[in-house]
Design a protein around this ligand. Structure first.
Ligand code: FES
Length: 250
């Protein structure tokens, strides 16, 4: 496939958004993926030419970050977090069931071209473990059964809504958003919920707030008067008993 004139001009536009053009490389590679389905050799050469860097440098970046794909992707990317917390909470089981159900291995695409399955690292959503991502939208607190339901709907072309985030479109459409071209869905669905807000709710209940920037700067190591209660009320007993247990074992 050859990159279209429209894409080439959008790549140039991305390069012009930054004081240092080479800062645009990451979004440019996302844009290449959005039109080509992966980072192609032509895409690498074009990015290098526009940014005035070598193709080897672009290639080095595109092979370093796992979000850049050198092989064509399916319509949807399904990433199952199998990092420590998600793994023990069921991520490993979800990944195994999906491999069986879709009849693919890691980083492989179903025969119908609809789903590419990949095990992924921590997505900073551990409070909702185990987590699955579809085109980088969150699916929280998954089970093998709920994950299968999601991929079946995706393959059947049915509407799928992320638990935190927008309605699922396609991996290529999501790549265009990552390149910096809005699709108007940014405000769809809750961005934060449940466990992520627990600390905020406790702080509101107890009247705690963060120190102002000036306060923090003036006394970096001091607990402001109105936060003394917060320290006293914080329940650290479990952490302390664990520390003692550890010390007892030495
Ligand atoms: S370990 Fe899965 S999101 Fe952090």
């Amino acid at each position: 496939m050859t990159l279209s004139e429209v894409t080439i001009s959008e790549l140039r536009e991305l390069a012009s958004r930054y004081p240092e053009a080479r800062s645009a490389l990451l979004p440019m590679l996302h844009l290449v993926q959005s039109t080509e389905g992966n980072v192609t050799n032509q895409g690498i050469e074009l990015c290098a030419e526009i940014l005035g860097i070598s193709a080897a440098e672009v290639s080095g970046v595109s092979t370093f970050y796992t979000m850049y794909k050198r092989r064509p992707m399916g319509k949807h990317h399904v990433g199952v977090c199998t990092n420590t917390l998600c793994a023990v909470m069921g991520g490993d089981a979800i990944f195994e069931r999906l491999k069986d159900h879709l009849d693919v291995g890691n980083d492989e695409t179903t025969d119908d071209g609809k789903v590419t399955l990949e095990h992924i690292e921590c997505n900073a959503a551990c409070d909702f473990a185990p987590v699955m991502m579809v085109n980088w939208e969150f699916f929280d607190n998954q089970t093998p059964e709920s994950a299968i339901e999601v991929v079946d709907k995706l393959r059947a072309g049915k509407k799928v809504q992320a638990t935190r985030g927008a309605t699922i479109t396609s991996w290529r459409a999501a790549e265009r958003v990552l390149a910096g071209f809005e699709d108007g869905l940014v405000d769809q669905g809750p961005a934060a919920a449940g466990p992520s807000l627990a600390g905020l709710e406790i702080a509101a209940e107890k009247g705690w707030s963060a120190p102002s920037a000036n306060e923090a700067k003036a006394k970096p190591n001091e607990v402001p008067d109105d936060k003394v209660g917060a320290v006293e009320q914080a329940d650290t007993s479990r952490a302390e008993s664990e520390t003692k247990d550890e010390e007892g074992k030495k």
